[in-house]
Design a protein around this ligand. Structure first.
Ligand code: C2O
Length: 562
């Protein structure tokens, strides 16, 4: 089916890519979806409080497209909360209007209103996901995005017999927005979740689980592609399948050099594709997910389970549990991260920027602010380079595009105001932490290196960082303070993992690189909702390039007003 001709398409066709564009125009499909945001009763865990869903589904509907397709999603909000939806990992080239984070690239879709997210899937294939990007609504408003390679293009690994989605989530028995409000009023973290889930179901280690267990039937000798997505709000998860190894072939919709492992780690925001061969004695095997946390902080440490069930095996057989790494196994986490490599083949090269135009060094800090009405007289806060981000009241992309003054300052510092021993003895005081809507301005096509440094302000902790609008290369990670004289020697300049969300290890650092070739305003934040809410976020304003096809496209007519 040919894609209908549009002005936007015409714009895209002008420039360098005429031939490529015409070719994809002929082949590409338009995939249309209707998302009805509504309040639904889905009972889980002896609990029947209604939740916010898309189309009454939990998890929500799966978006399926092929590389090169155009995807058009009409979101109508019939819930009592404002809504916006982010297509996590989609690059949205020049098209931040479709990115979704509320007050960053758009104002929210108000109750009773609609907005159409219209974007092309260009140069990406694999597993991504979508989620609400306002308040904590992504607790229940999320789903998978599956991007297949173009017709006739095989996967660069053995073709699986079948594939299956495995989406991890977190479940609260109470209304999540109420839980968050309570926490904020007290100045404390909100109550932790009541369960972890796999495809919306907690599994038999929880009460009232009947029917709430996900089971996947397999046939002896066949190979399955599992598309794993961590949609949990605050928990990095270990995952394993009893008796079966997994071969990692893709992360964040980028192919990797395949490697086999008995367990894996997946942070909120990340996706991982694995091949699993049903090569064991026919039986029932648990798949299990449980948090990784290597600091003494309270966390929902309960195990979600699902079942890998060989065809013909009776349900009466009790499955065995896999041996997951212990919850504080930092060594496993570091080793696993080091095993990830881009495929870097002729067809899928790793285009690592080798020359860096701009070096950024951002410290991650937690802290406490005075709050006379809170329980301890303080409220928890978080900052990057000692700046706790304040959400604006209008979308930053509009402010940038229409050159509206006074919404943000483009003066986010390239390094922290005070250098100190970041990962030494705990620092309990905030270090001149300021609040502000401060962004970093980046000229078009700049190559950027960003070192994210964890600190012992209040406590060290690991933080999965997500950048919108781009993939980046993970050059290296380390424990302790980043040393600009020595650590760059450890960089992988050949086949570093390419992704959109990366863990900064507890008391350590991660260095990433990307080329700022996508103009717009792009959010950078910790993907632990708890920390994002406390201010652990900022954004890049990537300026337009000189050519017509290097500029932000005009906003759609139905862009929601604030
Ligand atoms: Cu998946 Cu800004 O988030």
């Amino acid at each position: 089916m040919a894609r209908p001709f549009s002005l936007r398409m015409l714009g895209f066709c002008i420039g360098y890519y005429v031939l490529l564009c015409v070719a994809s125009w002929v082949e590409a499909d338009v995939k249309r979806y209707q998302f009805n945001v509504q309040v639904t009763n889905v009972s889980r865990l002896c609990h029947a409080k209604p939740i916010v869903t898309v189309n009454g589904m939990y998890p929500g509907p799966t978006i399926r497209a092929r590389e090169g397709d155009r995807v058009v999603i009409n979101v109508t909000n019939n819930a009592q909360y404002n809504m916006s939806i982010h297509w996590h990992g989609l690059k949205q080239y020049r098209n931040g209007w479709a990115d979704g984070p509320a007050y960053i690239t758009q104002c929210p879709i108000k109750t009773g209103s609609s907005y159409v997210y219209d974007f092309n899937v260009t140069g990406q294939r694999g597993t991504l996901w979508w989620h609400a990007h306002i308040l904590w609504l992504r607790a229940t408003v999320y789903g998978a995005i599956v991007i297949l390679p173009p017709k006739g293009t095989p996967f660069p690994f053995p073709q699986p017999d079948r594939e299956e989605l495995v989406v991890f989530g977190e479940w609260w028995n109470e209304d999540v927005e109420e839980v968050v409000k309570q926490g904020n009023d007290l100045g404390l973290p909100p109550n932790m979740s009541d369960a972890h889930t796999i495809n919306g179901k907690p599994g038999p280690l929880f009460p009232c689980y009947e029917k709430h267990t996900f089971a996947m039937e397999v046939e002896q000798g066949k190979t399955y592609l599992l598309r794993l997505i961590n949609a949990a709000l605050n928990d990095e998860l270990f995952f394993a399948i009893a008796g079966h190894n997994m071969t990692v072939v893709e992360i964040d919709a980028v192919y990797t050099k395949p490697f086999s492992t008995h367990a894996l780690l997946i942070a909120p925001g990340q996706t991982t594709n694995v091949l699993v061969r049903a090569n064991q004695i026919p039986g029932r095997y648990f798949m299990a997910a449980r948090p990784f946390v290597d600091v003494p902080i309270p966390i929902d440490n309960k195990t979600a389970t699902a079942i890998l069930q060989y065809k013909g095996v009776p349900d009466a057989i009790v499955p065995t549990l896999p041996s997951l790494p212990s919850p504080n196994d930092s060594a496993f986490a570091l080793d696993y991260a080091h095993r990830l490599r881009s495929l870097n083949s002729g067809k899928y090269p790793a285009t690592v920027p080798l020359k860096v135009d701009r070096k950024l060094f951002y410290t991650i800090g937690l802290g406490r602010n005075a709050c006379p009405t809170c329980v301890n007289g303080t409220r928890l806060t978080a900052s990057l380079n000692n700046i706790s981000f304040v959400m604006p009241e209008v979308g930053l992309l509009q402010a940038h595009y229409f050159n509206r003054k006074g919404v943000y300052a483009a003066d986010f510092p390239d390094k922290p105001p005070t250098a100190f021993n970041y990962t030494g003895a705990p620092v309990t005081a905030n270090l001149r932490t300021a609040r502000g809507t401060r962004l970093s301005r980046i000229p078009y096509n700049t190559t950027v290196e960003l070192v994210l440094q964890d600190t012992n302000l209040l406590t060290v902790e690991s933080h999965p960082f997500h950048l919108h609008g781009y993939n980046f290369f993970v050059m290296a990670t380390g424990i302790g303070n980043f040393d600009p004289a020595k650590d760059p020697a450890k960089y992988n300049l050949v086949d570093p993992p390419e992704r959109n969300t990366v863990g900064v290890p507890t008391g350590g650092w991660t260095a990433i690189r990307f080329r700022a070739d996508n103009p717009g305003v792009w959010f950078l934040h910790c993907h632990l909702e708890l920390h994002t809410g406390w201010g652990l976020k900022t954004a890049f304003v990537v300026e337009d390039g000189a050519k017509p096809d290097q500029k932000v496209i005009p906003p759609p007519k139905d862009l929601p007003p604030c």
